[in-house]
Write a protein that binds this ligand. Structure first.
Ligand code: SDX
Length: 431
């Protein structure tokens, strides 16, 4: 079959460039523009990369129109119901679901890397007890890079796999220490007799003076949240990790860059912002007023947890979290008035033409904070939880990029709209 191409013509110069079109397994085909500048002397212009594919990837596929999310071909609904986070992290990194032996080996390897250098604990003392946890997490992730710098060859597949194990193994340790520091509690070493998510909750919530027995409902909810936040194709923080990695940066430093990007309210910070928004609304009678503010162009208020660059339908993760939230609050006999406000807010917004016409639906962050709250996780720790989960996706994407034959440093161009060339003016002559 003839190669599909797209021809771009400059109607001023008459120059043309014929660009090959590449088809993927699913989703929009892509126009290969590598000869555009050479042939036409032009760049593409796509603020926010809304129509730009920055890479090829086999890890995650999103269909924004249909609200579909696949990890290595497996629907998120099935992984959420049947898998666990450690198995999903294996799937993201290796590309296949593990056999029993492979999972046991993966689980053992992760456990063997769960400790951090004892000196790292001193980094936390440098932060105020009320420092924002994402600031701390970005700092300590960059600090971990210093322990694994000289001995990591990013071009060696075995070193990349070792790095993936280290990142996935150490994030629960790094995140739990933030909560312990914030709470004035002693740090807790991993207990390898416990499975991954239970070990994390043990490091977060155990008391030195009491045995720690996790609530199975909470354990199941935490596993679900981590699965749902594990990866999401080329979102802002993943794109940051890829761009930092393309400069051959230390992988833990790439993760630190991803943490910094995820912190933003427009991205992973939205889960914390949703709770702040629900607290501000406080009573269902205030909902319409807030919705009107979110629609008002002169008001910076946005409906946090609503809208998505890719999903122009319900975020499949939001559907799963909404149902889980309802069940969890019932099972844990938690009266969560904010859940009622959130559901009423969703109902009002989904019947309002402003949101309907813009295809704005609840995203993963709209309900996740309510579950974290029911698990007694402080609001400021919501985004570090997101980062813990997403670090498995970040490192899988980093590995994929480095093993891609077309790997090269990312360096976008620009449309220059600044001053024309001019000579230096001595200060005495300036007006
Ligand atoms: C995550 O990319 C990913 O995959 C991210 C993520 C992941 O797993 O990695 O899914 C996680 O980051 C989810 C998104 C969390 N953020 C929020 O919930 C913050 C609130 N939402 C938005 O700020 C916004 O919807 C974004 C940032 C999520 C998407 O922004 P876009 O794609 O740039 O959309 P846009 O700003 O161009 O909006 C289009 C229109 C605009 O109105 P008009 O100019 O057409 O009149 O919709 C409006 C926007 O003003 N709009 C909103 C809105 N979101 C968009 N209006 C009110 N409230 C909102 N939440």
């Amino acid at each position: 079959m003839a190669t599909r191409t797209v021809t771009i013509t400059d109607n001023v110069s008459g120059k043309q460039v014929e660009c090959p079109v590449h088809e993927g397994q699913y989703g929009a085909p892509v126009i290969d523009l590598k000869n555009l500048y050479k042939e036409l002397g032009m760049f593409t212009f796509d603020i926010g990369y809304a129509s730009t594919a920055a890479c090829r990837s086999a890890i995650t596929y999103l269909d924004g129109e249909e609200g579909v999310l696949l990890h290595r071909g497996y629907p998120i609904e099935q992984l959420a119901e049947k898998s666990n986070f450690l198995e999903v992290s294996y799937l993201l990194v290796h590309g296949e679901l593990p056999t029993t032996r492979q999972f046991d080996e993966w689980s053992h390897a992760i456990k063997m890397h769960g400790m951090t250098h004892e000196h790292l604990s001193r980094f936390y003392q440098g932060y105020r007890y009320d420092a924002h946890p994402m600031s701390v997490l970005a700092g300590v992730c960059a600090a971990v890079a210093s322990y694994y710098h000289s001995q990591t060859d990013i071009y060696n597949p075995e070193d990349r796999m070792m790095t993936a194990r280290r990142v996935i193994a150490k994030m629960p340790n790094l995140v739990s220490k933030i909560y312990r520091h914030q709470s004035g509690l002693p740090f807790v070493y991993p207990d390898n007799a416990r499975e991954y998510v239970e070990n994390f909750m043990y490091m977060m919530f155990s008391w030195p003076s009491e045995p720690y027995v996790p609530n199975p409902v909470a354990l199941r909810a935490m596993n679900l949240l981590l699965i749902l936040h594990a990866d999401h194709e080329q979102n802002a923080s993943t794109s940051t990790v890829r761009l930092a990695g393309s400069a051959e940066t230390n992988p833990f430093a790439c993760v630190a860059a991803g943490v910094s990007t995820l912190w933003g309210k427009a991205h992973g910070g939205a889960n914390e912002a949703v709770i702040d928004m629900l607290k501000e609304i406080k009573d269902p009678k205030n909902i319409q007023k807030f919705v009107d503010r979110a629609k008002d162009k002169n008001d910076h208020a946005r409906l946090m947890g609503f809208g998505h660059r890719v999903y122009k339908n319900y975020d499949p993760r939001a559907k799963i979290i909404r149902a889980a939230c309802h069940d969890l609050l019932d099972e844990m006999h938690v009266d969560q008035p904010m859940f009622e406000i959130a559901m009423e807010l969703e109902r009002i917004a989904l019947n309002d033409d402003y949101f309907i016409s813009r295809k704005l639906y609840p995203n993963v962050d709209f309900y996740s904070g309510l579950i974290y709250q029911a698990l007694n996780i402080p609001t400021s720790m919501f985004t570090p939880m997101f980062a813990l989960a997403r670090s498995s996706g970040w490192i899988a994407q980093w590995m994929e990029m480095l093993s891609d034959g077309d790997f090269r440093i990312g360096r976008p161009r620009q449309l220059y709209v600044g001053a024309q060339k001019r000579d230096y003016v001595p200060v005495a002559a300036r007006k």
